[in-house]
Design a protein around this ligand. Structure first.
Ligand SMILES: O=c1ccn([C@@H]2O[C@H](COP(=O)(O)OP(=O)(O)O[C@H]3O[C@H](CO)[C@@H](O)[C@H](O)[C@H]3O)[C@@H](O)[C@H]2O)c(=O)[nH]1
Ligand SMILES: [Mn+2]
Length: 732
């Protein structure tokens, strides 16, 4: 008899087409080198026209070339992963580990309780032994509305979970499930019954939310509400911890008599004198509280809008943690961040290329970033454990034992773990738990885990594992990207910088990979230069690029065409549309000329100690008329803001430059047509593309009447400002 053959629980395959890609990238690099040489060798002498502009362009092109080089690290060595769930179940069906799911919410006004509990229900309904599954909701708003919704959800779960199992429902967020069905699917009695139950619950929650409070009757029915009696405000209250379902209780069963997963509500203590560290603080409180309740060795973390869209994700993730030969070094398994409310052409851009390309590239060098949601961690690594090849963590576990304390005693005992002083004089937020002090606690925490010797995995199953809500206005997306790019830049300067902390600990390819994100925001300088200088020089008739007939024109043409074609192909290959790519270019420009500028400024202020970390939560609800425009893919410029003023000014500036040129060519005939095209083709092209990409903005300034247009004050400011600059440049 031969030995049993070892069958891996997952496999890792190199992505196809890497050789061709590498050849292409090398050719592009040669083009970039030639551009640099041309710029360096042709700097106008002091006193000559265009010297400063030229030097600016040189700087910008050096930067773009450098940044392009960084982006190669995420494309050079892509890998794809495959998990074998059947093998996992064959080997470990009875020894699966306990899994704790953390859901975070922060504000019932922009993260509606009904959305939050749909996420909670979707993770409670995972295809996983319920006695091994525990769900924790952290409510940073400590809102009794959210608590009330969770209470209702805990009751509805008794019907919903068996229904999901019986009919193998997907997705298991009730709202998403009902919305996914057509009328003809909705005939049988059991369906009508579950839908009615859901609607009853949703109505109750909706009524409470509209009233802004929970009815006295509901409060009388459930003693848990008494914990709000000493509550004074969202920023000043004691910890509230309630175990709504304790799966160790005999009574914790659904209508079919099957166990329910544990469900816990936690609102950590907040006091004005103690800083709460946003989501990282919430997560750390959950890590502690859960350690005393279920202590699952695997933790899944989702944002409150990211419902589970695939009931098998836990098993998928466990394949990466439980393989006998390859799993011991894996700290976390990150799933893509995908969204449910995207429109066809994604007017505000997407994370498409990051998910379909870049994270697979990072995975080839040791693993993707932790991006805060849709990520499974080993609990120990969150405690700061160093990787060791010898002391491996065994995840296998049997059923939890019965507890001595009753639920009430347990709650009382654990509230102190969520107190606002618990972390004082401890290493929480520093050596233990998620890291504090950075707007992207997720990226920073993931980075430090990897610097302790661990690897991570990026897994993109065919059926999306999680779906969330993406921003629906320009302002929201710019604010979000400011937070992200600022956070990533903070990491660069922090003690955990991939450069000085990561070097030697991470694969150099991954260091470069991280730098891609750390250097997001400094891209603003080169982009600003490229979108202002050539256009203004165009107005003055000064050429900044080689003549069309010059041989130096070729590398420019090659790099521009090759890079644009590549980015276009990559986008389509990632599942995007043609118009989607064009929209992506616009949002690329907008982020770089607004979010990133403020990210750099705030980081500088912070380095000099005069600014604090903030976290503006992205709204997950949209007004009806805004939603309508979103669905029609009309950009929502909306309210005035410094970011919008910059965008609008830049757009106007380019428009006036182009108009100025046309005027010179056609009306005054100051310049010959042939001469202009020969010497300034690329400048005209650049300015023309900038105008073309900004068409929706001009429309929003001059023609739109709806509320999503650019506010008149912003429009006037930007026109006056850009017109004055253009006039000065043209006539002085
Ligand atoms: O003080 C806070 C602030 C936020 N949150 C929660 O954090 C999550 C993320 O907030 P959101 O406004 O949706 O930010 P996004 O930019 O969409 O989030 C991404 O980026 C964040 C870091 O900037 C990560 O924390 C997130 O997990 C990641 O999905 C939400 O569930 C919030 O409820 C808290 O629990 N407490
Ligand atoms: Mn979000």
């Amino acid at each position: 008899m031969g030995e049993l053959k070892y069958e891996p629980l997952f496999e890792t395959k190199k992505a196809k087409g890497r050789i061709i890609y590498r050849l292409f990238a090398t050719s592009l690099f040669c083009g970039i080198l030639l551009i640099w040489i041309y710029r360096l060798c042709n700097i106008p002498k002091p006193g000559e026209n265009g010297r400063y502009g030229w030097i600016g362009m040189l700087g910008a092109e050096l930067w773009f070339g450098f940044y392009w080089f960084l982006t190669q690290s995420l494309r050079w060595n892509r890998v794809n992963r495959q998990a074998f769930r059947d093998r996992l179940l064959q080997r470990y069906e009875n020894e699966l580990p306990r899994v704790d799911v953390f859901v975070c919410t922060a504000d019932p006004a922009i993260e509606p309780p009904i959305m939050v509990i749909n996420t909670v229900l979707s993770v409670m309904a995972y295809n996983y032994p319920p006695e091994k599954l525990s769900v924790y909701l952290s409510d940073d708003a400590s809102s009794e509305l959210t608590f009330y919704a969770l209470l209702e959800a805990s009751r509805f779960a008794k019907n919903w979970l068996p229904y999901c199992k019986k009919f193998n429902v997907e997705p298991r967020s009730p709202a998403a499930y009902f919305a996914s069905l057509s009328v003809s699917d909705q005939s049988d009695a059991e369906f009508s019954e579950i839908k009615r139950l859901y609607e009853d619950m949703a109505n109750k929650i909706d009524t409470a939310c509209k009233a802004g409070r929970v009815s006295d009757q509901a409060k009388l029915e459930y003693k848990g509400f008494s914990k709000w009696s000493s509550y004074s405000s969202k920023k000043n209250h004691a910890a509230i911890l309630q175990i709504l379902i304790d799966s160790r209780d005999e009574g914790a069963k659904d209508i079919d008599g099957v166990k329910l997963p544990t469900l816990v509500y936690v609102a950590r203590e907040k006091r004005p004198q103690h800083f709460h560290n946003f989501k990282a603080g919430a997560m750390n409180a959950l890590i502690r509280v859960s350690s005393e309740i279920s202590n699952g060795p695997v933790i899944l973390n989702v944002d409150c809008d990211m419902y589970s869209n695939n009931s098998n994700s836990i098993q998928d993730a466990l394949c990466f943690f439980m393989d006998e030969e390859k799993s011991h070094e894996i700290a976390f398994v990150q799933f893509p961040q995908s969204f449910e409310n995207t429109t066809k052409n994604e007017i505000y851009g997407s994370l498409r290329v990051i998910d379909k390309v870049e994270f697979h590239g990072a995975d080839g060098y040791g693993g993707p970033l932790y991006t805060g949601t849709g990520c499974f961690h080993r609990r120990d690594t969150l405690y700061g454990r160093e990787f060791s090849n010898v002391a491996r963590i065994d995840l296998k576990s049997s059923c939890p034992e019965k507890r001595e304390e009753n639920t009430h005693e347990l709650e009382e005992r654990l509230e102190c773990l969520a107190s606002s002083t618990y972390e004082q004089n401890t290493q929480w937020g520093n050596e233990i738990g998620l890291k504090y002090g950075c707007p992207v606690e997720d990226v920073l925490t993931g980075l430090t885990i990897k610097c302790k010797g661990w690897k991570s995995v990026f897994y993109r199953p065919k059926r999306e594992a999680f779906l969330g809500v993406t921003a629906t206005t320009l302002d929201q997306i710019l604010v979000q990207h400011k937070r992200w790019s600022e956070g990533d830049l903070n990491i660069l300067f922090s003690k955990y910088s991939p450069v000085w902390y990561g070097l030697g600990k991470l694969n150099p390819g991954l260091v470069l990979g991280y730098l891609n994100y750390c250097f997001w925001s400094p891209n603003c300088f080169a982009t600003l230069c490229y979108s202002i200088v050539p256009s203004l020089y165009l107005l003055r008739g000064i050429s900044l690029f080689p003549q069309v007939s010059s041989k130096w024109f070729l590398p420019f043409a090659y790099v521009i065409i090759a890079e644009l074609t590549y980015s276009f192909a990559e986008f389509l290959w990632s599942g995007g549309t043609v118009l989607g790519w064009w929209n992506e270019q616009r949002i690329w420009l907008y982020k770089r000329t607004s979010s990133y500028i403020f990210a750099v400024l705030d980081t500088m202020l912070k380095l000099f100690g005069s600014s604090n970390t903030t976290f503006i939560v992205t709204p997950k609800v949209t007004d009806e008329d805004v939603l309508l425009r979103y669905k029609q893919e009309a950009m929502e410029f909306g309210s005035a803001s410094p970011m919008l003023t910059i965008l609008s000014t830049l757009a106007m500036l380019n428009l006036f430059c182009l108009m100025g040129l046309v005027k010179k060519l056609l009306l005054t005939r100051e310049l010959g047509l042939k001469y202009v095209f020969e010497t300034m083709a690329l400048q005209i092209l650049l300015c023309g593309v900038l105008v073309f990409v900004n068409l929706p903005l001009y429309n929003a300034v001059f023609f739109r009447k709806d509320k999503g247009k650019i506010p008149s004050s912003t429009a006037v400011q930007s026109v006056v400002f850009s017109l004055s600059v253009c006039t000065c440049i043209a006539y002085l």
